[in-house]
Design a protein around this ligand. Sequence first.
Ligand SMILES: [Zn+2]
Length: 112
Amino acid sequence: MLTSNQRFARNMVAHQKVKKAITRGELERSDICELCGKSPDPIEVYGRDGEINYRHPIFAHHWNGHKNALDVWWICQTCNAQLRGDEFHCGQITKEEARQILHPREIHGDRG
Ligand SMILES: [Zn+2]
């Protein structure tokens, strides 16, 4: 098991690789969440002095492990928040399964 610091460092490296690949044009960030199909507005991030910055609303999700840094799903913050934990980063859960975990109501009917 990794400590949370090791985990954080590993995640940072993976995300830096994604960033570089986007800069080089090797990877293209989607504007649409691959899981829920939404295209959210940019996320407002407040700086210390009250200024507002905007960050891209679509995140790189390392579904197949952080070692496979460029093997990502582009997903929104809402979906990303629900896909925490090793089981969602080990390549065991397919995109289809993740959709069912995130949106079970759409399968069972009208509870939403
Ligand atoms: Zn989403």
